[in-house]
Design a binder for this molecule. Structure first.
Ligand SMILES: [Zn+2]
Length: 535
């Protein structure tokens, strides 16, 4: 049986099936019922809000031989053949941004469709059209033939020429609420025989950040990782690379109480479980923001965050004993850390140093020796120099740095290499890598599914205009390359938008290094004795 992605399989086929977007549905449906069909529509909204589904339903409805209450019947000849492209033409402006494509359309529109009343053009990501193509399109929109309908879809309406916008009926698509997404996921799970806890689905619904399509992709990832198993909250967090609310809550308490050893131990446990440092930091920030919002707004905060009863209660209880100033300070410091982390291969060190700094806070009760060591690590990190000291003093473990297993002796460690510094030696790739933190954030805000970029490394490629995104996880690579590399192109465009640099982005599985990387975590765990930093 041919495999079909959940979001395709569950694409709405009629106006009645569409979740949310009531205003748009009502307006379009009425136009069909009263036969007051326009010639140019502009659908605006972030990814996954159903613009394309809506456009296709509308396109079938205008030609349908037996519409039912404005819905396409999906059974008549014209409905059934709509996907074959004779009177419904889809153009992805992201890949066809040339003026030639639009000229082709201009020539084509003169002919009446062979079947049905209208020929419908859906131009996706219309803001990507080149200036020349925009102008060619404008000419067509100025005098559209009776039998032609344009549906332009965009995630960035501000980039569409005002002269084009003014010729279209504009419809704004709202992001889905977590509640709407949750309900839909539940329906999908029931119909597909997927077992998943409500907790898990609620978490996915929030992680998808208003995008129905992304929520289904996340669900699908979970299903394909845990075939025939029940999907619970832990599994979802595992897939998303995030830690649980409880872990964040405990860490926050430790930070607030300035218990550095507790905080570091918690972090140690979390990373032992294989969590990603960047994703963890992002999750921690988001937990702190939720606390701040709950503190500032109480019940309204819970509504804004779309929290379940229990979660809201837990957060507000924790928020009660934390001063807003402290939360704000944590958030600011960690957000700053998050961006510094992007280019460092010593992410965990940075996080641990920051945790200690936060615990140090205004408090005077700090271990002088520890501070000195931290200062030394920071200095060395800044300089990018780690040198192994000849003499091991590993036989002298500090009481609070004990681990379950005794640490291996220094001789057992592979040779310590210089920390990898990302070369940003100017050039297009260099500019892109320097601005990667901001670019990545933007990309993920457009396409939540690309949170996986947080789990990938970025490095310059062989050519000066080449960038390589790499990971050990096959799935992340595949996600970028799928769909004819649509996501890679999206990243390239985001880079160009942000920096003006034209680069080629490739996704690669991380090659296995013959000399295994020294785990910086180990080193830090043993900073106090095993490794010293010398000039
Ligand atoms: Zn029909």
């Amino acid at each position: 049986m041919a495999y079909m992605a959940l979001y395709r399989k569950w694409r709405s086929q009629t106006f009645d099936e569409i979740v949310g977007q009531e205003a748009v549905v009502t307006a379009l449906r009425n136009q069909i019922i009263h036969d007051r069909i326009g010639h140019a529509y502009l659908f605006c909204g972030t990814r996954g809000t159903g613009k394309t589904s809506m456009a296709k339903i509308f396109a079938r409805a205008v030609n349908c031989l037996h519409p039912v209450n404005g819905n396409p019947c999906n059974e008549c000849e014209l409905c059934r053949e709509s996907e074959s492209g004779f009177n419904l033409i889809e153009i992805d402006a992201a890949s066809n941004n040339g003026v030639d494509n639009i000229r082709e359309i201009r020539d084509e529109v003169r002919y009446t469709p062979a079947k049905g009343r209208f020929r419908v053009y859906i131009i996706d990501e219309v803001h990507m059209l080149s200036a020349g193509a925009f102008n060619a399109l404008l000419k067509t929109l100025e005098e559209p033939p009776e039998h032609v309908i344009f549906i332009l879809a965009t995630t960035e309406p501000h980039k569409v020429l005002p002269t084009i916008v003014s010729r279209c009926q504009r419809y704004d698509f709202k992001r889905f609420t977590a509640g709407q997404i949750f309900d839909h996921l539940k329906e999908v799970c029931e119909a597909e025989g997927i077992r998943a806890t409500d907790d898990a689905l609620r978490y996915i619904a929030r992680a998808a950040d208003g995008g129905m399509r992304d929520s289904l992709s996340i669900l699908e990832q979970c299903v394909s990782f845990y075939v025939n198993e029940e999907i619970d909250l832990n599994k979802v967090q595992e897939i998303l690379g995030t830690a649980g609310a409880e872990e964040y809550a405990r860490l926050t308490d430790a930070l607030a109480a300035r218990r550095a050893p507790d905080a570091l131990r918690l972090i140690g446990d979390i990373f032992m479980a294989g969590r990603d440092v960047s994703a963890f930091t992002t999750g921690l920030i988001s937990h702190l923001r939720s606390l701040l919002l709950m503190k500032a707004m109480g019940r309204d905060g819970a509504a804004i965050l779309e929290l379940g009863e229990e979660e809201a209660a837990a957060l507000s209880q924790q928020a009660d004993h934390l001063p807003a100033e402290q939360l704000t300070w944590f958030i600011e410091s960690l957000t700053d850390l998050e961006s510094r982390m992007k280019y460092s291969s010593e992410k965990r060190v940075l996080l641990e140093v920051e945790i200690i700094r936060l615990c140090r806070g205004a408090s005077e009760t700090t271990d002088e020796a520890l501070l000195a060591r931290i200062a030394a690590v920071e200095k060395r990190l800044d300089e990018g120099v780690f040198v192994q000291k000849e003499q091991s003093k590993a036989a002298d473990p500090k009481p609070n740095a004990q681990k379950a297993a005794p640490p291996p002796s220094l001789e057992d460690l592979p040779k310590i290499r210089q920390p990898k510094m990302i070369m940003t030696s100017g050039g297009a790739a260099g500019r892109a890598i320097e601005a990667w933190a901001a670019i990545k954030k933007k990309i993920i805000s457009q396409e939540r599914g690309l949170y996986t970029l947080n789990l990938m490394e970025i490095a310059p490629g062989a050519d000066p205009d080449q960038i390589i995104l790499s990971s050990d996880t096959e799935f992340y690579i595949k996600q970028l390359e799928d769909d004819h590399g649509r996501r890679l192109r999206l990243i390239e465009r985001a880079i160009e938008d942000e920096t003006g640099a034209k680069v080629r982005v490739l996704a690669r599985k991380k090659s296995v290094d013959p000399t295994p990387d020294v785990d910086m975590d180990d080193i830090v765990g043993r900073i106090h004795m095993d490794v010293e930093f010398t000039d």
